[in-house]
Design a protein around this ligand. Structure first.
Ligand SMILES: Nc1ncnc2c1ncn2[C@@H]1O[C@H](COP(=O)(O)OP(=O)(O)O)[C@@H](O)[C@H]1O
Ligand SMILES: [Mg+2]
Length: 339
């Protein structure tokens, strides 16, 4: 508002002075020409010269005002750019070059804001190559656990360990290179299916590898039915995929370089039960090689996991193999309902 007032005040004044100067020049100059003090040529030359000077003078003022306004904008952009990134390495052990897939969570309590504790004293231990399922109602904190394990949000110190090292000791680059993650809402890039599956840079991107990954995720048949198979464009400029197809493309992308650790957050939410079973069977083949953490709903498909964690209100209500949990009332309630 102040800027608008100042401009509203100065612009007419400047314009008035500019016009007045023309009047003054003609008045006095005309008088001098009539009195033969100067020639008419001199008068025209003077008038032209003034014209040359006028615009640059106006522009100097204009540039000054532009500079001031840009500086104000730059300060605001600077605030955003300068904001500290929670995802950064502080005091890491640069000797850690890879992860074996051994994970331990110790008494993890976490809240996004002070009001509500999402996880309370959550503990879990996963040996390298094990397959673990996390189940529980919507909003109990399943995705939160998965996010914290990857340091997408910062967990408390000394609560999450990989190979016995606190997660903060592991360089983020190493952590993220060893964990492949499929989120509940996977992102599909506009481009070909081939590029979408093979975009992770260290990957061997032969068509064979891509087809293997697509078969693993039970999406190969869908892809082959598309007009250009693996070169079919998807996303903004191409065909539209169903939710389940997106989830399976994202799964193929996550498995293609056979990571040490695979985290699947609700990737079966939009696929039918038969497809879910097929994918589970494929995942079971990798037991012993890839540590897999699956967030899912259907108990019957998770039977073969090494461990099933039942979450309720941010706490582990029960955990164990399917057989062990058959004695647990809460687990059996869910199981029977689903059957
Ligand atoms: N970024 C966030 N900020 C604040 N609260 C969040 C955030 N993400 C999730 N929550 C809350 O944390 C709880 C657990 O969420 P989430 O882990 O996504 O549950 P689930 O995956 O088990 O359905 C929910 O009550 C949710 O509202
Ligand atoms: Mg979730």
């Amino acid at each position: 508002m102040r800027l608008a007032k100042v401009r509203g005040f100065f612009h007419p004044i400047i314009a008035a002075f500019a016009s007045l100067s023309v009047l003054v020049i003609f008045w006095i100059g005309g008088y001098f020409v009539i009195k033969k003090v100067i020639t008419i040529g001199e008068f025209i030359a003077f008038n032209g010269t003034i014209g040359y000077l006028l615009m640059p003078t106006i522009f100097i003022g204009w540039i000054m005002s532009m500079l001031q306004r840009s500086r104000a904008s730059l300060e605001r952009i600077g605030e955003v750019i300068g904001e500290a990134n929670v995802l950064r390495d502080i005091n890491v052990d640069s000797g850690i070059k890879t992860l074996s897939g051994d994970i331990r969570i110790d008494n993890l309590s976490f809240s996004y804001n002070k009001e509500k504790e999402i996880l309370s004293n959550f503990s879990l231990s996963i040996k390298s190559g094990e397959m673990v399922a996390i189940i529980g109602e919507v909003g109990v904190g399943k995705s939160t656990v998965i996010n914290l394990m990857q340091r997408i949000y910062a967990p408390p110190k000394n609560s999450i360990f990989y190979d016995g090292n606190d997660v903060f000791r592991i360089p983020l680059e190493i952590l993220h290179a060893n964990i492949n993650y499929v989120s509940q809402e996977p992102h599909i890039f506009s481009g070909s299916i081939r590029d979408n599956i093979s975009y992770i840079d260290q990957v061997d991107t032969t068509l064979d590898a891509i087809i293997w990954a697509a078969k693993f995720a039970d999406i190969a048949k869908d892809i082959e039915s598309f007009p250009n198979a693996y070169d079919t464009l998807i996303g903004e400029n191409g065909i539209t995929l169903s939710g389940g197809q997106k989830q399976r493309i994202a799964l193929a992308r996550a498995i293609i370089n056979r990571p040490k650790i695979l985290m699947l957050d609700n990737v079966f939410s939009a696929v039918d039960t038969e497809t879910e079973d097929n994918i589970l069977q494929n995942l079971l083949q990798l037991k012993g090689h890839i540590t897999t953490i699956i967030v899912a709903h259907r108990v019957s498909t998770l039977k073969h996991c090494d461990k099933i964690i039942l979450l309720k209100e941010g706490m582990v209500l029960a955990s164990g193999t399917h057989e062990e949990l058959m004695h647990n009332k809460d687990y059996m309630d869910i199981y029977e309902k689903q059957i």
